[in-house]
Design a binder for this molecule. Sequence first.
Ligand code: UT7
Length: 330
Amino acid sequence: MIKAAITGIGAWAPEDIITNEDIAKLVDTSDEWIMSRVGIKERRVLKGEGRGTSVMGIKAVEELLSKTGTKPEEIEVVIFATTTPDYAFPSTASIVAEGVGIKNAFCFDLQGACSGFIFALETGSNFIRSGSYKKVIVLGGDKMTAITDYEDRTTCALFGDTAGAVLLEPTTEDLGIKDAILHTDGVGIPHLHMKGGGSAYPASKETVEKKMHYVYQEGQAVFKHAVSKMADVSAEIMERNHLTNEDVAWFVPHQANLRIIDAAAKRMGLSSDKVMINIQKYGNSSAGTIPTCLHEWESKLKKGDNIILAAFGAGFTWGSIYLKWGYDPK
Ligand code: UT7
């Protein structure tokens, strides 16, 4: 049976940093509150007029193509998971493809909020498993600072900007994406959304004045669901695949809150040295968090390592993926 293996990764984060001290100059908060409640020290911000999420996606894919020795014309599908597309249309995937010279692929965006990367990874894997495609790029990335209200202390410390990209290729070895448990439940719609800018409330003077173009989040309600759902689904995928905590080499959780990550790792019985955590440096970059972690840890990942990815986000959306890493460090 054909499986989809990750055969390379690229990622990019902008250099500009917003520290907790910077945030504390804008709203009534402190480094102590943000570190103890969320675990974020600083986050990246993509600056410059007209620079959208595609800027980060292009850098990630350039690195990916160069590291894997892949020519742009070999790529057949590009899927970009993002909540902060450059434009309503065309897709950010098509802007990335144009930016790196991909001309023989069909390209589209996928909206799964903070679970976008794992939704896109399962989608991309199925193109490979179908036997019809041999080189698929899956990106996850967000410019969350573009939809963050820096006058709202309940959300402005949380978010940052990053993007990452993986290459999926077919393999007949026991590698690649092995299992996925993915969910959506509209019970979350009132608790986490952006009110304006879509077709329900197109941008107008009024939507801008009412601050409808920013993340709206009822933190506690989201937190409660995130803790239980992300832990449940991560434990479930281990059980379903008969994996013990010894078998799991790495847990790669979405980086929204250190307390949510710790709860999931505890439920899985994993020691902290097996959990990828970089929330302190990047905050929550939505669909960008998981590929950004995999990229940072790439030199430690060995061919065949059992890796569990897990995410939770708006919708609500959530889920986990079990994969075997596709290659040894170069
Ligand atoms: O990635 C997609 C999914 N999103 C998530 O997973 C996020 C889930 N939610 C969370 O991570 C947490 O709910 C937050 C980090 C957003 C908030 O943490 P919390 O422990 O749930 O705080 P809270 O909302 O219950 O607020 C506790 C107190 C409140 O004051 P009172 O009412 O107790 O006096 C808030 O007004 O903390 C106050 N507060 C702050 N204080 C200082 C809220 N934000 C801040 C702040 N600085 N930035």
